[in-house]
Write a protein that binds this ligand. Sequence first.
Ligand code: ATR
Length: 283
Amino acid sequence: MSDIFDFDNQRDEYAVMGNPVSHSKSPRIHTLFAQQTGEPVHYTAIQVDPGGFPQAVGNFAASGGKGLNITVPFKQEAWKLVDTRSNRAELAGAVNTIKFENGRLFGDNTDGVGLVNDLLRNRQITLREKRILLMGAGGAARGVLAPLLEQQPLLLVIANRTESRARDLAAEFSDLGTVQGCGYDDLSALQFDLLINATAASLQGDLPPLPDGIIADGGACYDMMYGAKPTAFMKWAEWQGAGMVMDGLGMLVEQAAESFYLWRGVRPDTRPVIETLRQELGG
Ligand code: ATR
């Protein structure tokens, strides 16, 4: 990355750091938020080399930058780097948002609340007393666990290909609610009101090995991935007769809105931004 930031003096500087980062929709989303709210925000994408993350953050702060989003593969490194963390970042073990405050780094994680807000506000899906299946036990799953459990579902089951990871993750969060870990083979004969795909399977055009009939009557399916076309999991869910099938575009915009709110104290209206992005995706 370049050490010379093209800052304009009229606006506050923010950026997303990751590798790769050129595909990131965050600059587009935050630019739309800035236009909508009139906040003087300028937002760019910065590709950071492996090993160069602390230096890049330091350079950005020293140049007067106000805040950062952090994406793959630096979220765990950001968690270690910050001086203080929100409770939700603490639990997630990852930081996707940094705010520079009086020379100190405050780390937050807005991914989980982004998912919950998309479900609650945009999709009118309540989670209280629901049976939720969360697929995957990596960073993406961990990041959404605490905000999901905060909604007090009846039961949250974590299923993972490597069963031990699901069990370990469930044990770690057991203080926050009724949460169990298992393998996919253990799911037959169970039914869920909401299935959330937090695996990396969609990236490979694959889907977790779920049994037929696992979606309760009218149940909803959510893939945290998004794209121009439905993922393999979303196609499977349609075919299984799910009441609602969703991708993660709303979560992406909602997590960005929460970051924007942390930085600016202003909450953007996410709906028109989700609509614009959907149109731009061509979906
Ligand atoms: P992330 O940070 O995106 O969660 P990760 O930590 O590498 O990435 O985790 C990827 C998750 O997707 C894991 O739960 C992984 O299962 P394993 O723990 O068994 O590896 C899951 N995953 C990846 N490909 C999958 C597939 N084809 N089917 C089912 N699960 C898959």
